[in-house]
Design a protein around this ligand. Structure first.
Ligand SMILES: *[C@@H]1O[C@H](CO)[C@@H](O)[C@H](O)[C@H]1NC(C)=O
Ligand SMILES: *[C@@H]1O[C@H](CO)[C@@H](O)[C@H](O)[C@H]1NC(C)=O
Ligand SMILES: *[C@@H]1O[C@H](CO)[C@@H](O)[C@H](O)[C@H]1NC(C)=O
Ligand SMILES: *[C@@H]1O[C@H](CO)[C@@H](O)[C@H](O)[C@H]1NC(C)=O
Ligand SMILES: *[C@@H]1O[C@H](CO)[C@@H](O)[C@H](O)[C@H]1NC(C)=O
Ligand SMILES: *[C@@H]1O[C@H](CO)[C@@H](O)[C@H](O)[C@H]1NC(C)=O
Ligand SMILES: *[C@@H]1O[C@H](CO)[C@@H](O)[C@H](O)[C@H]1NC(C)=O
Length: 690
């Protein structure tokens, strides 16, 4: 008896010791037994993760019932403005949490912040219909004939408040045009009702549809004559071979969940949050689709311009990189929040609404947000102006780490707050409009203001390069400059070709140069045009002609081909970040960066002095003198630097791309910051860096 008691005591003791060594234990929750039919059981939350549009413990409850085209339970809701929907659909959409947050947000620039998560909510007068003979619960967006009995036509506006008006009968539509110039038709006129995955129209976009036959214009993620083919290319990691890709969402086999079906385990901790300081780990959130998803725009648009796709590319690699990633948030130092930001902002919008909504959601639901006030949470904003003007947003939005392409961090930020607690932080008068730099056209006050948005805080944010499509990177094009050999183990060894074509263009730039809009590229493109354009000093007819400088030259063929023949390539900004530096690096052309107050991609990780030239705007008028001073030996050294570091600027792992790796490195350094005295200072300051 005594012995067995002793034994129990020893067992308990050793068990406790074991637990003291690792405070974490696996603890995977279970869901409703029927969850996995339509959803994924999230073993961490114990909730059934549903595709967008469905909810409940078995994902059979419709979130937006009136946006479905049918009662058939295989359908998904569509809520864009490309063709008329049931008014109840828009009402239900407007009522979703976060759909159009109560925006107390002043934008002195007067543009760009989309106040709703869903684009159809922002149209001024949305045409919609409603069945007068059915209750709300039976309303559908089933594309009936316009003159269907029992239909009533209305107009709706969501902002600033929901307003809905029945149209007088003489204003009811006789015909509805589609955006592409076609005519919208009832769904039943099309083959197989487009499988409820598209809308029906006559004429419009494509040559092959010029005839009288109705055809299916498929929603994003679907293709085929009757939209019968689901395009699987919009899911992370092709659902890891253990799931099916459904409209950008993975339906995983039981036991798997999360982005790309990459999750299998969940954890609990007896010691609370205890991040590992020796091996910095990253945890990736799997937010419910209702909170953020790879949504389509306006019914039809599932893709984004690939130059904005670095968030997706980063996630694709991180999700499979278990040397950095952890499924255990209790040991994670950094928390990546996939928000699919570019789908919400498009290129010219700002990420304020989606960040605000997701941050607040995490604040309420994740124990890890409040631990640091969100300071170790990572968001991507690859839109043109990235995180500009976030200083006007509430405090809890400002602290998190932003990964951007636009690293503008002005010396004297203009930081007018609409947030009374944050106070006014305009730290000095802005430069005067008018003449500012020699050789530049005049700036207006609005142009000057544009340069003084705080877009990037170097101590906590990360600048990564934009995504460049494969044709810039593939060996066949690359071969012009670089010798690519593939080793037996599949690795690529890339070196500069000794026989690369002669680079007899000294300086190259081709690009949009809107005259009079000096906020575009902060006047750099305009000043260069002045110098080399008609009447300019270095124009062919000027006092010091330079035919070896191609500035918007009529001789250009293709930027890639011309840059492969150039020694120096201008890397300016545009409306926001510019892609010329990544292009220059891919073509072996030494980038000449003219971007005042702008942090460059991986500035904290790679040595820019080895591969680039930097010129301030104040000296741009002397660019020819400055580049003439570069000796052939110095140029060769710079070109070798480009060859050595160019892989940092592209994302193709199979072609040696390191953009993912350096983003991780840069993020890890932000974790070190988090644990430094500096950072604590910031935390207590509760206000902007000045
Ligand atoms: C639902 O729609 C699918 C696809 O069009 C079809 O195969 C199926 O038979 C429909 N189910 C019902 C109950 O109508
Ligand atoms: C994606 O996965 C599916 C099955 O899970 C497979 O049939 C398909 O070939 C995969 N596609 C690619 C591009 O790997
Ligand atoms: C985090 O803090 C906020 C504000 O104090 C609070 O409302 C919220 O409930 C907290 N979140 C959690 C998960 O405890
Ligand atoms: C390319 O590199 C490989 C080895 O790295 C070398 O054998 C080959 O000669 C090089 N080709 C050219 C054209 O420089
Ligand atoms: C520059 O090189 C290209 C071929 O690489 C050649 O066609 C062109 O004539 C050269 N131009 C000058 C000005 O030497
Ligand atoms: C130079 O002047 C000639 C004659 O005035 C004109 O035809 C030509 O277009 C000018 N070239 C440039 C590059 O401005
Ligand atoms: C970059 O990261 C990938 C993981 O996605 C890894 O396989 C590769 O070895 C890393 N490359 C370097 C040079 O660290």
């Amino acid at each position: 008896m005594a012995i067995s008691r002793l034994l129990v005591a020893i067992l308990v003791l050793s068990f406790c010791r074991g637990e003291a060594r690792s405070p974490f234990r696996e603890e995977t929750k279970t869901c409703h037994p029927e969850c996995s039919r339509h959803g994924n059981c999230n073993g961490e939350t114990g909730q059934c993760d549903c595709p967008f549009g469905l909810t409940g413990p078995t994902c059979t409850q419709r979130l937006l019932p009136a946006c479905h085209p049918s009662t058939n339970d295989s359908t998904t809701p569509f809520h864009g403005a490309a063709y008329p929907k049931n008014c109840a659909c828009y009402r239900q959409l407007r009522a979703l949490p976060g759909a159009c947050p109560d925006v107390k947000f002043e934008d002195p620039g007067g543009r760009d912040f989309l106040p709703c998560l869903f684009e159809s909510m922002m149209g001024p007068d949305l045409l919609c219909y409603q069945y007068t003979d059915r209750p709300e619960a039976e309303q559908l967006s089933d594309s009936p004939p316009l003159d269907h009995p029992g239909l009533e036509w209305r107009e709706m506006r969501s902002l600033p408040n929901l307003r809905e008006e029945v149209l007088p009968r003489d204003k009811w539509p006789k015909e509805v045009k589609t955006n592409d110039g076609g005519v919208w038709r009832p769904l039943k006129d099309c083959p197989d009702n487009c499988n409820f995955r598209g809308w029906c129209q006559v004429g419009g976009a494509y040559q092959e549809h010029r005839g009288p036959d109705p055809w299916c214009n498929c929603h994003g993620y679907y293709e085929g004559k009757s939209c019968e083919i689901a395009d699987p290319s919009h899911c992370y990691r092709n659902c890891s071979g253990v799931g099916q890709c459904v409209r950008g969402w993975c339906h995983c086999q039981p036991g798997y969940w999360g982005h790309g079906c990459t999750r299998r385990k969940a954890y609990a901790s007896s010691a609370g949050w205890l991040p590992n300081h020796a091996d910095i780990k990253v945890y990736v959130y799997d937010l419910p689709e209702m909170v953020a998803h790879r949504r389509e725009n306006n019914d039809w648009w599932a893709g984004v311009d690939p130059i904005y796709a670095s968030e997706v590319e980063f996630m694709e690699q991180l999700l499979g990189d278990w040397s950095v990633r952890t499924e255990n948030p209790w040991e994670a130092s950094l928390f990546v929040v996939p928000t699919f930001t570019i789908w919400y902002t498009r290129n010219t919008g700002g990420p304020y609404v989606i960040f605000n909504w997701v941050s607040r959601y995490l604040q309420q639901t994740s124990p890890f947000w409040n631990a640091t006030g969100g300071r170790n949470h990572v968001f991507f904003a690859t839109n043109d102006q990235g995180a500009c003007r976030l200083q006007q947003a509430p405090d809890e939005l400002q602290h998190s780490i932003k990964v951007v392409h636009y690293g503008l961090s002005p010396r004297r930020p203009y930081a007018h707050h609409s947030n009374p607690q944050a106070g006014q932080h305009m730290t000095g008068a802005l430069p005067l409009p008018g003449h500012r730099f020699q050789g530049f056209p005049e700036f207006t006050a609005a142009d000057v203001l544009e340069e003084h948005w705080m877009c990037y805080r170097p101590e906590k944010d990360v600048v990564a390069p934009n995504f460049l499509s494969r044709d810039w990177v593939i060996p066949e094009n690359y071969d012009q400059t670089f010798n690519v050999s593939v080793l037996p183990d599949g690795r690529h060894v890339i070196s500069r070709r000794p026989d690369a074509p002669e680079r007899n263009i000294t300086f190259y730039f081709l690009g949009n140069t809107p005259s009079g809009l000096m906020y575009y590229s902060h006047g750099v493109r305009q000043a260069l045009n002045k110098l080399f354009g008609p009447g300019g000093k270095h124009n062919a007819n000027g006092s010091q002609p330079r035919l070896d400088y191609w500035v918007n030259s009529p001789l250009h063929k293709h930027p890639r081909v011309d840059m492969e023949r150039s020694k120096f390539c201008l890397a300016p900004t545009g409306y926001g970040w510019g892609s010329r530096i990544t292009q220059a690096m891919m073509t072996g052309c030494v980038p000449v960066i003219v971007q005042d107050h702008m942090y460059q991609a991986f500035w904290d990780v790679i040595p820019y002095e080895e591969f680039s030239i930097r010129i301030p705007r104040a000296n741009l008028h002397r660019i020819v003198e400055l580049l003439d001073l570069v000796t052939p030996e110095q140029l060769i050294k710079l070109q070798e630097g480009v060859a050595k570091w160019h892989n940092a600027f592209h994302w193709f792992e199979d072609l040696g791309g390191l953009a993912y790796n350096y983003t991780v490195t840069s993020l890890k350094r932000r974790a070190l910051r988090l644990w430094s005295e500096d950072y604590r200072h910031l935390r207590h300051a509760h206000r902007l860096r000045s």
